[in-house]
Design a protein around this ligand. Structure first.
Ligand code: CA
Ligand code: CA
Length: 170
C-alpha cells in the first residue's frame, strides 16, 4: 500500500528537482541550479570551478534522463519521475550517488570558502537554500550531516545523504 506520507515525500523531491517550477524536470533546471550556486558564492561561470559545476550539472541531467525520460522528450514529468527515477534509484542508491557526485563535488568546491577541502555546516546550509530548501530545513539538514559535531561536513557524507534523501525509502 502506498501511503500518503510517501506520496507527499515524492512530491517534495520532484519539486526539489523542478527548480523553475514549470512541472517538468529538464536540463534548464540543472543549469539553473548551477547558475544560482555560482551567484550565491560569487564564482564566475568561466572559472575552472564554474566550468566543473556546469559539466557536473549536465552529467547529472543526462544520468537522470537516461533513467527516467522514457518517451525521450528531454523532460521528466511527474509520472516518469515516480515510476522511473524513484523506483530504479531506490533499488540502486549507489547509481544515484554516481550520477550526482560530479555536480555535488563541484558545488562543494565552490562552497568551500577557505579552500581547505572541506565545507562548514553553514556553507552546506547555503547550498541547500539556493537549491530550494526552506531555511529551517536547510539548516536542520546541514547540521544533521555533521555527525561528529565538529562544524565540518565531508563530501562522502553529503553524497550519501543526498542519495538517501532523493531515493525516498518507503
Ligand atoms: Ca522545470
Ligand atoms: Ca519525458
Amino acid at each position: 500500500m502506498v501511503s500518503s506520507e510517501y506520496e507527499r515525500r515524492i512530491a517534495t523531491r520532484f519539486a526539489g528537482f523542478d527548480q523553475d517550477g514549470n512541472g517538468y524536470i529538464d536540463r534548464q533546471d540543472f543549469s539553473g541550479a548551477a547558475k544560482a550556486l555560482l551567484a550565491e558564492f560569487g564564482t564566475t561561470a568561466r572559472s575552472d570551478k564554474g566550468q566543473a559545476l556546469f559539466i557536473g550539472a549536465e552529467a547529472f541531467w543526462q544520468g537522470m534522463a537516461g533513467i527516467a525520460d522514457r518517451d525521450g522528450d528531454q523532460r521528466i514529468n511527474r509520472d516518469e519521475f515516480v515510476n522511473g527515477a524513484v523506483k530504479r534509484l531506490r533499488d540502486n542508491p549507489e547509481r544515484f550517488a554516481a550520477i550526482a557526485r560530479p555536480f555535488l563535488h563541484a558545488a562543494l568546491q565552490i562552497a568551500d570558502g577557505d579552500g581547505d577541502g572541506s565545507v562548514t555546516v553553514e556553507e552546506v546550509g547555503r547550498v541547500l537554500r539556493v537549491l530550494g530548501a526552506t531555511p529551517s530545513i536547510a539548516d536542520t539538514a546541514a547540521a544533521a550531516l555533521d555527525a561528529d559535531a565538529d562544524g565540518r561536513v565531508a563530501e562522502d557524507e553529503i553524497v550519501v545523504a543526498f542519495a538517501q534523501y532523493f531515493t525516498v525509502p518507503e
